[in-house]
Design a binder for this molecule. Sequence first.
Ligand SMILES: C[S@@+](CC[C@H](N)C(=O)[O-])C[C@H]1O[C@@H](n2cnc3c(N)ncnc32)[C@H](O)[C@@H]1O
Length: 424
Amino acid sequence: MLFFKKENIKEATSRIVLIGFKFVLLHKVNGFRTVMINKNTTLKVTVKTFFGLENVLMEELQELGFSKLTKLNRAVQVEVSSWKDVYFLNLHLRCALSVLVEVASFDIKKEADLYQKCMQIDWTTYFTVDKTFAVKGAVFTEVFKHSQYPFLLVKDAIVDTFRKKEGNRPDVNVKSPQVLFDLHISGTKVTLSLNTSGAPLFQRGYREDTGEAPLNEVVAAALIRMSGWDKKTDFIDPFCGSGTILIEAALYASGLPSNIERQHYAFKNFRTFEPEVWDALWNEANLRVSSLPCRIIGSDRSAEMITKSRRNLRRLVIGRFVETSVQDFDEVRITSEGGVMITNPPYGERLEANTEELYKGIGDWMKQELKGFTCWIISSSEVGFKSVGLKPEKKFRLYNGELECSYRSYSIFEGSRKELIERT
Ligand SMILES: C[S@@+](CC[C@H](N)C(=O)[O-])C[C@H]1O[C@@H](n2cnc3c(N)ncnc32)[C@H](O)[C@@H]1O
């Protein structure tokens, strides 16, 4: 179903291109292209993520069967062939922040060009007047003197288009809009997209209880993929806090999407939303899980944090398979031959800690107790990493919120323990 009215089609030159078995309708209006919301169109999608997670997102997209990929800064571009693919990406990607679908791209020379070009887009094809909307994004240009002005112009064009066509205007809701447009200006190039996710995809719907320094869910999922964990060996987090890493590990191991509990997606408010397509995708993804292929073990010295992590785990069917206990990390004893540890200890920034002593203790404990394990630590504390007393095998630079962090791995062999004994 196309949402272009007859009159508009008359005004414009359209051409149909046959790509494989799919029709792509490129709509040419006064010299620039807009993408029509047609079920069977090729859609240009930009999947956004955090700095440093681009490679892991590329890998995830490839695993999900998408091949036409371009790596960008904090994003990956992918061509998809239907709106079903867009729903699929929102549901299945663990390392993505949002999924944008391009609406139009064009060049501008002066401020007035933006409003004029935006008035050539039929915004009524994307949503109905009863939905609230907002325009957000990023602007890197000298065309505009005030950074907020371009957002205002696009908002005005949307409102004016509705008034002209339908005699009524939709309301703006900046805090929680039902429909969200993304405006990106780089120099003279403007790209307008529909943000099909709405609220960022780290809002998974499973975590209501957090501690003072929770790890972002998207970062947690990325750390797990980056570790190369095979989902069979034991997985531990001895500083588990509210349980983000444990939950993402359990979802990953079970094959359930990280967003299985999330209800809100902006695409549900689009004119083109097909509830039956979404319901079928969701039902297919909502696997019945009766066990995990591995042990997932978490601990924290705070009883309050373990209560929170248990509450969060209970929101998911796989939660009951995750073992949690109140323990200081150095009291934790693991009986298995090997596995993976991924942990996010205090950095000495948001949570106070004697960083040197704590990280020296972690290093010593890993060498004593985690023989056969690959241990990964994410932290912003360089002093902390130095105090671990082991040479990292791998290092990645990434961000946890505003904090620049390093993510480092240590393989613990018999030798590391001997070295410790000789040293003491
Ligand atoms: C940065 S937070 C972890 C946040 C967690 N990744 C989450 O998403 O909620 C660090 C945690 O380490 C715990 N902690 C501090 N010292 C500890 C110790 N000696 N042994 C075990 N846990 C400790 C704190 O209670 C806190 O929950």
